[in-house]
Design a protein around this ligand. Structure first.
Ligand code: PRX
Length: 650
């Protein structure tokens, strides 16, 4: 296995880094030898009402299963993100709000102001009858109110469920119904790349769908000022309810294992899973990893370009950075609006020092050439990060050489919604870098590579990535379905957490994540279950059957390839193709835009009726010579006809 030469840690960076090479070896060894002692000490970084004495109680055995961290500790997440900073950092900027339109001035919000705004909304929520343990759905654009809403829920012990603003009414309704939200916080509209997103209208449509009657109140932020339907008494303007509230609010005292939030994510089966994270372990983990991986300093300006609708936004825009008292950019827009220099202009405008984005954005901007980057200075930058999907070495090198002028370490961070925080990533002052590798595990993280039978493979090898022990930021359950949690993650390889990812480990022990090995595809860093798209397709009256697979896509990482069988008597044509593509976008949201739709007179199945996805994947990938064993096919003629009719341009 060839191992490309590593890029050594920059001695100038290492000289001032929080964690050096020696620290990493020593602390990593300690974290495995004495997890209790290690995580007891790390937990001291937070303010606790009651410091935990019981640190770790975890077992991955399905028959005797538990994940509990800091279980007798008590704290409040919003107090840790706000109140405790007021004395020393009250006037420090917590959020820099950069709007979609670059002509609009940015807004700076200090920790004191953010605290006041969170308290006001928290009081308003209590006034509207929201209590500890109630669920609140947040469907907002990337505006400061999104951060305020999350922290206000945390303050009163309500469990937030943030739904990405790109999701369609159906997806919102499913997520509301699954957790029985009492209240929804939305805005009149969002704006992205100059285009308006009708958020309130989407919520109205969602609340007409079955299972959503739990919602008593909809709070509407006036953002663009667009006229929207207000259905009284259900709908209330956010400012009317919030502005008159007191700027102090008594926080709820939470147990470390009380839920903090639910975040829905796609799995291999049809229904998205409500990933549940709790308060103490999660906050310890995200604040600690944020400090270590980004080598955070007091005067840094940190910008993570994710949306708060995804886990990256939760952990590394809101909870980690704010628990650390950092200054964070909140960006409403998109990388290519008004043009491909936007990211770099924002970096210059706010003197961003730490920049964290997704490979898909890097690849898209790389395509625009170096000129838009060279137009800007980027002299403030000292570290670059990536997350969400494997980064190809070419894009990594471009990011390092062009964006970072060759002087900034690139931290490729591997993690998942389920893991809460980063598990595998370089520490910039400690780890030599290899373009395309997430490198080495963080403290307390015990990755292993297994074969299909769960045998742990040693040394340089390739297989499926599992984790042998728990870490504080691990999800605790699937909301309302603990059996599904155990079945999904702990039964494939008993005693281990199965990530769903494949990986390679090289001779230096570096991890190279190769992508999902289950029926989840990663489109532009967004996770979508193929089964979700299939159920949207078969919900169309003309569709009899559908199978969806991923295929390599230059910009998006993976694209979506759908095989569709129509009902008898229906004729495939271009109009119907366009209609089905629009239908899926409407059902799920624009992230589920099909790249290819191939009409399939029939799908390749085994004699027992199981769709042979492996074959469909190979056809979509354009590797018809690698179909493998087709002897179990019920009707080999099906594959021949699919090969003949492969979607053009794929
Ligand atoms: O396949 C891995 C990929 O994204 C999946 C997790 O998706 P999600 O829960 O939406 O969280 C994304 C943000 C943390 C993983 O199973 N993934 C994430 N980061 C990387 C990655 N693949 C390769 N390299 C990464 N750095």
């Amino acid at each position: 296995m060839s191992t490309p030469a590593a890029i050594p840690v920059d001695p100038a960076f290492a000289a001032h880094a929080r964690i050096t090479r020696e620290d990493y070896s020593r602390l990593y060894e300690e974290s495995l030898r004495d997890p209790e002692g290690f995580w007891r000490r790390v937990a001291q970084r937070l303010d606790w009402y009651r410091a935990p004495t019981r640190i770790k109680d975890t077992r991955f055995d399905p028959a005797d299963f538990r994940i509990r961290w800091y279980e007798d500790g008590e704290l409040n997440a919003s107090v840790n993100c706000l109140d405790r900073h007021l004395a020393a950092r009250g006037d420090k900027t917590a959020l820099i709000f950069e709007r979609d339109d670059p002509a609009q001035p940015a807004q700076h919000i200090t920790y004191r102001e953010l605290h006041a705004r969170v308290c006001q909304l928290a009081n308003a929520l209590r006034h509207l009858g929201v209590r500890k343990g109630d669920r609140v759905t947040i469907y907002l654009p990337m505006i400061p109110e999104a951060v305020v809403a999350m922290l206000a829920c945390a303050r009163i012990g309500a469990i937030h469920s943030v739904v990405f603003g790109g999701f369609a009414p159906h997806s919102i309704a499913d997520r509301i119904a699954d957790c029985g939200s009492k209240l929804v916080i939305t805005a009149d509209e969002g704006v992205r790349g100059g285009r308006r997103v009708p958020l309130k209208a989407n919520v109205d449509a969602a609340l007409k769908m079955p299972g959503t009657t739990s919602v008593e109140t909809v709070l509407v932020v006036r953002h663009t000022g667009a006229a929207v339907d207000m259905q009284m008494p259900r709908d209330r303007w956010y400012d009317a309810v919030v502005d008159g509230q007191p700027q102090q609010c008594e926080p709820e005292r939470m147990n470390a294992e009380d839920p903090l939030f639910i975040l829905y994510t796609s799995g291999s089966t049809g229904k998205p899973k409500g990933v549940l994270h709790t308060t103490g372990g999660y906050l310890v983990y995200v604040s600690y990893t944020h400090e270590c991986v980004f080598d955070l300093r007091e005067d840094d300006v940190y910008w993570c370009t994710a949306d708060v609708g995804w886990i990256t936004g939760h952990s590394y825009i809101v909870y980690g950075p704010l628990a650390n008292g950092a200054t964070c950019v909140v960006f409403e827009g998109v990388p290519n609006y008004p043009d491909a220099a936007r990211f770099w202009q924002v970096i210059d405008r706010h003197r961003v020092t730490l920049f964290y984005t997704a490979p898909t954005a890097i690849r898209a901007l790389m395509r625009e050439g170096e000129e838009p980057v060279q137009r800007t200075s980027r002299a403030s930058l000292r570290l670059l990060g990536t997350v969400g999907e494997p980064i190809n070495p070419e894009a990594w090198r471009w990011y390092h050489r062009v964006v970072g002028d060759g002087r900034c370490p690139v931290v490729d961070t591997w993690w998942q919604t389920e893991t809460g925080g980063i598990l595998i990533a370089p520490l910039p002052g400690a780890t030599d870098l290899k373009p395309g590798s997430a490198t080495l595990p963080l403290f307390g993280v015990r990755p292993a590579v297994v074969d299909a039978n769960g045998n742990v493979l040693e040394g340089a090898t390739e297989g499926n990535l599992v984790l042998l022990d728990s870490w504080p930021g691990q999800m605790r359950t699937v909301y309302g379905d603990h059996a599904r949690f155990i079945d999904t993650y702990f039964r494939t390889y008993p005693g281990m957490y199965f990530t769903g990812d494949g990986c390679r480990r090289d001779a230096d022990g570096y991890y190279w994540i190769t992508g999902r090995v289950d029926d989840v595809i990663n489109v532009s860093g967004h996770r979508i279950g193929t089964a979700e798209i299939e159920s949207a397709l078969v919900a169309h009256p003309k569709v009899a059957e559908a199978a969806v697979v991923g295929f390599p896509h230059d910009l998006k990482g993976q694209g979506i390839y759908a095989y569709v069988t129509l009902k008898a008597g229906e004729q495939p044509d271009e109009a119907l193709r366009a209609e089905l593509i629009a239908w899926v976008r409407r059902e799920i949201g624009p992230i589920a835009t099909l790249d290819h739709l191939q009409w399939a007179p029939a799908l390749p199945k085994t004699r027992s009726g199981k769709i042979m996805r492996r074959i469909l994947r190979k056809i979509a990938e354009g590797q018809p010579d690698q179909l493998g064993d087709t002897s179990t096919l019920a009707d080999p003629g099906v594959v021949e006809s699919l090969l003949r009719d492969r979607a053009p341009g794929s």
